[in-house]
Design a protein around this ligand. Structure first.
Ligand SMILES: Cc1cc2nc3c(=O)[nH]c(=O)nc-3n(C[C@H](O)[C@H](O)[C@H](O)COP(=O)(O)OP(=O)(O)OC[C@H]3O[C@@H](n4cnc5c(N)ncnc54)[C@H](O)[C@@H]3O)c2cc1C
Length: 435
């Protein structure tokens, strides 16, 4: 049977594996294998909520092995570390026991393919700024988001204890990058702080212990959104007590301070890097595979590598042109649209047919600002027609986007059961994780 291997089970890869499994896998027309470095999937746009402790990770992660069983594909756990496109095979790294690192759980393995889809996503790009990789924390993976949450929690607990000795001080948090990730994280941190105060882990009143500043190198936050929305978002952040620094890029990060191009030095307790993306380094080391300056695989209108007919790429790790001077943006909605397209294109290809090129439709963006507010605009696919949304309605739409992803992955019935179970559990638990 034709062997289709998808590397990366994120927003795009998991949806593609599920769609192909439900069609070609179920009908035994192809053997579909999903590879991922982690055993579970968490939708990446939720990571800032993980970092702020406002998301119950157990309720939102999907186990690849179970998903594979239910949707007629197989799952291989491991990180792709090498690709030999000449002999159409890729190598997965060995897996070691976390507790006993000398013990190998799975040895290094080669997986062969006839069609390969690269869906490895992206990482934060530190642009070579001195000290950024060493001293700033990122939120590229679930583990990193969890580590950040624990660091914030411990800082608050320690600070609260110091209060009794009169040594209490504010915790200075610098968020580098005023895009959607940085802005949403700032909103979530305020929610985290409110809950900590409510449950006695955090003491100061009336304003918080978190002194949050968003540093944006450009002239406005949310540069990808219309100016009016940027201005409203900035106002909302200010109402939440978040400071915004514009047009003064960070040039150096050290253990407890950051320096901007104008020479301004700010002391910091935690620096969170949320600016820019680049695709995983492994893509830049593959012999003969065309990639751009940030390791994204260069693809044609059919999402096929321009250097290899048997390799496709989607999502953040693909460089796909959109309009004359722009590429498809690294967003969950783009990964979703590309997964839907590739499911049809790969199935048509197996039948010796071809379908038209991929066309990205921008449906707008919504940015969440804490528990009950969001802001953004919906375009609806009609050029020139856009709808500005704010407040509770925008938040509802924002939540609906995630439910749409879950429905595409788990089906409507399982999603409804999960949502109801989650709502019931939330009634008996604090809104923010406190340990
Ligand atoms: C905090 C945050 C908030 C965001 N908010 C939004 C938002 O509100 N709206 C929006 O549209 N977008 C948002 N994004 C962007 C969005 O998450 C991405 O565009 C989207 O997830 C890309 O999907 P993908 O399938 O390309 O990759 P991902 O979803 O990143 O998945 C990549 C997968 O590949 C796996 N992988 C990576 N390397 C290897 C390897 N070598 N071997 C095996 N497996 C590997 C990873 O484990 C992961 O499962 C946000 C991103 C972040 C970080």
């Amino acid at each position: 049977m034709h062997r289709i291997v998808i590397v990366g089970g994120g927003a795009g890869g998991l949806e593609l594996a599920t769609r192909l499994g439900d069609t070609m896998g179920r009908e035994q027309k192809a053997l579909i294998t999903l590879v991922d470095a982690c055993p579970t999937h968490v939708w990446k746009p939720l990571l800032h909520e993980v970092a702020a402790g406002s998301l119950d990770v157990d309720a939102h992660q999907i186990e690849y092995a179970a998903q594979a069983h239910w949707h007629h594909f197989s799952f291989a756990l491991g990180e792709m570390v090498e690709l030999d496109s000449g002999s159409r095979r890729l190598r997965l790294s060995e897996i070691r026991d976390d507790e006993r690192p000398n013990e190998v759980v799975l040895p290094t393995r080669w997986i062969e393919y006839d069609t390969l889809v690269l869906a490895l996503g992206s990482r934060t790009h530190s642009f070579g700024i001195s000290g950024a990789e060493t001293h700033a924390v990122t939120m590229d993976t679930l583990e990193q988001a969890e580590r950040l949450r624990k660091r914030l929690l411990h800082t608050c607990v320690r600070n609260n204890a110091l209060k009794e000795a009169g040594l209490h001080r504010t915790v200075k948090i610098a968020i580098i990058g005023g895009g959607a990730t940085g802005v949403e994280l700032a909103g979530e941190l305020r929610r985290m702080e409110e809950s900590f105060r409510k449950f006695g882990l955090h003491a100061s009143e009336p304003t918080g212990d978190f002194e949050i500043t968003v540093f944006e190198a450009g002239t406005r936050i949310l540069p990808a959104l219309p100016e009016r929305i940027s201005a409203m978002a900035q106002q909302m952040l200010q109402q939440l007590g978040v400071s915004v620094s514009l047009s003064d890029p960070i040039v150096e990060v050290s253990r407890d301070q950051i320096r901007t191009r104008s020479g301004h030095i700010a002391t910091t307790d935690i620096v969170i890097w949320a600016a820019g993306i680049k695709a995983p380094a492994v893509l830049g080391c593959i012999n003969g595979l065309a990639v751009n300056h940030i390791n994204q695989v260069t693809v044609d209108g059919k999402l096929r590598s321009v250097s290899d007919d048997n390799i496709f790429a989607l999502g953040d790790c693909a460089s796909c042109s959109w309009t004359n001077d722009r590429s498809v943006p690294p967003r969950a909605q783009a990964a979703h649209q590309q997964a839907v397209y590739l499911a049809k294109a790969i199935s048509a290809r197996a039948r010796g047919m071809a379908i038209g090129d991929f066309h990205y439709t921008d449906y707008g963006s919504l940015v969440s600002l804490g528990s009950s507010k969001a802001i953004g605009h919906l375009i609806g696919g009609f050029p020139g027609a856009s709808l500005l949304l704010e407040g509770g309605l925008a938040k509802l739409m924002y939540t609906a986007l995630y439910q749409k992803h879950r429905t595409a992955i788990s089906g409507l019935r399982r999603t409804i059961v999960d949502v109801l179970a989650h709502r019931l559990r939330r009634m008996a638990r604090p809104r923010v994780k406190l340990h």
